[in-house]
Each structure stands twice: as C-alpha cells, then as structure tokens.
Design a protein around this ligand. Sequence first.
Ligand SMILES: *Cc1c(COP(=O)(O)O)cnc(C)c1O
Length: 456
Amino acid sequence: MEQTKFMLGEEDIPTHWYNIQADLPEPLPPIIHPGRMDPVTPDDLAPIFAMELIKQEVSQERWIEIPEPVRDVYKLWRPTPLYRARRWEQALGTPARIYYKWEGVSPPGSHKPNTAVAQAYYNKMEGQTRITTETGAGQWGSALSFACNLFDMECKVYMVGISYDQKPYRKSMIEAWGATIVRSPSLETSVGKKYLEEVPGHTGSLGLAISEGVEDAVTHEGSKYALGSVLNHVLLHQTVIGQEMKKQFELADDYPDMLIGCIGGGSSMAGFSLPWVTDKIKDGKDLQFICVEPMASPSVTKGLYKFDFGDAAATTPLMKMYTLGHSFIPAPIHAGGLRYHGMAPIICHLNDLGIMETLALHQVPVFDAAVSFAKAEGIIPAPEPSHAIKVAMDEALKCKETGEEKVIAFNLCGHGHFDMAAYDTYFAGDLVNYEYPAEKVAEAQKELPEVPPEYQ
Ligand SMILES: *Cc1c(COP(=O)(O)O)cnc(C)c1O
C-alpha cells in the first residue's frame, strides 16, 4: 500500500533546537541601539525580554537543549505529520512528488505555539507574571494565550484593528484561554492614543501593535513582551519542524529538491528549512529554498537591505533586514500574518548570500491554489501558507510539462478555519489584487535610520 502520512512517536520530539548561527558562512550583522548607534547589550534588552531568550538571540551554540516542561507540552500535538499529497498530485496530473508538513494540528492551529510555549516557560522561570504581545491575523495571540494559560501567567494581546474586525472568532479563542485582548491602536498606550487621534477608527498594522505591546510591557511591573516572529530566538524554537521532517523524509525514503514556505516575519519558513540549510552549505546538496511573500507587502523582493526599526513608532532596536520602511502600512490583504514591513534577519541574510530565494504573489491566484489543494487533500489552508501552495502547484505543473519527477515540499503552517470570510469574498468574486505600492514604499523608505558604516 502506498503511504500517505509519515508519523513519528513522542520519543522522536527533538531534544534540542538547532541554531543556524553556528553554521552561517558569514555571521549575522549586529543589532544596533537606535540612540547610541552601537551594538545592543543584553542589559539594553532586559526590560523587554526574558534573559534566557536574550542569550539565545546571540548564542553561537549549534544545539540548545529544549527544557523538559516545554517538550512535555509539545506532546499535546507534536510530532506533526508529514503528508505525501498523492491526491493533489493526481488531480494536477504531475509526475512530481509533493510533500507537506502539517503544523495546523496544534491546538491554536498553526506553528506559533512552538515558540509561544518556550517563551512563556522562560518568562515564568524568571519570575514574570504577565506577558504582553501583538497579533496580526490572531494566530500568534491565540498561541501565546494558549501557552500562558498552561504556565499560569497573564497575557495581554494587542490585535491589529483590521483583523480584530474581520476575525471575531480569533478574539473568542484568545479569551477562551484566558488572555485579555484589545483592538490596536488602542487607548491603553500613549502610542495607540496618538494614532487614534490622528485617524479615528485606524485599521492598525503589525508594526503599530508591536509598539503598543512593548510600551505596555515596559510600563507594567512583572511584565515582559513576547514576539511571535522575526527574532533569532523565535526562529530557533521553530526548528523542531524541520528536524522532525528530516526523520520523516528518511521514513519516506526520499529527499526534497525544493522547500517552499510563506514568509511574514520568517519564523515558519526558518523552522521548516534551517535544519536543511546545512545540507546545502556543508554537504553541497542541490537544494532550493523558496520563500513566498505577498505582492502587497513584498519586503524581500522590493525592500532595501538596511537597518530599520521593528515597529511603526520607531522604538525598537535596529535590525538589518529587507524593509519597506517601518512607517509603511500594507494593504489589508487576507493573509494578515504576512503584513509586516520587515523580515527576520536570518532569512534576509540567507537571501542576501544566495542560499534562499524569494517570490512575491498576488492574493487571487493564491486562493485559486488553496481551493485546488483543499478539494484534493481536504485540509482548508490559511491564506498565508496558501502562498507556498501556489508556488508548489506552479512547480508541479512545470514538471507536468517537462516530465521531471521533482520532489517538492512545502510548509502547511496553519489551517484556515478562522479565515472563511476571506474564502467567502473569494467565492463571491470580490477578492482584489493590490498592486505593489511603489510610491508609498519609497516614501516610507526615506525614513530609514542611518547606521554607522562599520556595522553595515
Ligand atoms: C504568523 C503566521 C505566518 C507568518 O509568520 P512567519 O513568522 O513568517 O511564519 C504565516 N502563517 C501562519 C499560519 C501564521 O500563523
């Protein structure tokens, strides 16, 4: 019988996270303090993040042990299955072999709890009682709410206005696990008030919600902030995905030619692909890494590789990344998790070195691919990973023409059960493609900070 699902047991949950920093051909650029314009120190970051996470951010250790209580929580849904998409291959009539790693089986429905659980744990161990955060489409807010509840901590979520209005059930989910959630921009922070006064009913942005979450954390005793993507420690925690997948490909007696994932902040793609990057940089494997971003927020394909703030209010340390400018607010596309002006420094560095590549797509063809996949495989994907599905489909159709039997793997990092309003809009024929906002990006990029040349 032909196998469809490649399953591992609880004993196969990784014992360590994989830190790509130990294996990079060139080190990452430093993180810069925006006032002093020199590299940040752990003390600079201590008011915002748990110390253990700050250490992981700059660690050069290849393997970092996963604490037992974190692995114990992982057992609730890990290891996640690797599927061979046999029915979709048949529907597409392709000789390619298509695999997908299915992260939507976690309780909140995405890859995000892989890091949320770790971050809640370290904050708890260091004596914090409360964590603040932002959420775009709601996946990160629900993941952190879920994790904080397990470690008996309070959680406060600032949700990007447009998603708060479009996805009321993510809010209910966040509340079910006991967190408090507000629409961002809110009246609860000085930065939120400023934006609301300028534009009443402001639909928000991820950068703006980050500003609110950080301000809340530094102004409340016992509180720290948690970020759901972008930073090195977040990407580190996600590497359980790719490590499991390597074992699963051994079970399948196969090896990928290309690994495809969507990128919003870059954490799911990193977790899925970084354990494979060493195969390329050390063992010389001919492995293609394709990141996929939305045309409405094309950080890597259209951004500048420069230092920028992580948030709209220009308060965070400066990271070197492909950026559209911290003041750029992307169009309200349905892949809310991909609406960010910047990108994880690790993903940017690997793109810059030519180890990874990036494509930008419009949302209508992305939904065409999502529906094609859902009809064949049954799973209704979130709009974010549907960007990867579209590229997998295009590659599979190319193989149909050339007869090549390529092995295509993509990261199905979340389900679309809270995105059915977006599907409704698509089925009604009302979904629109947003052109790349060249003028607005050029405007925002004028506001990039100038970092001394020795750190560039
Ligand atoms: C948050 C999220 C994203 C975008 O964030 P990354 O850090 O790029 O992974 C993509 N897909 C899903 C399902 C998400 O929840």
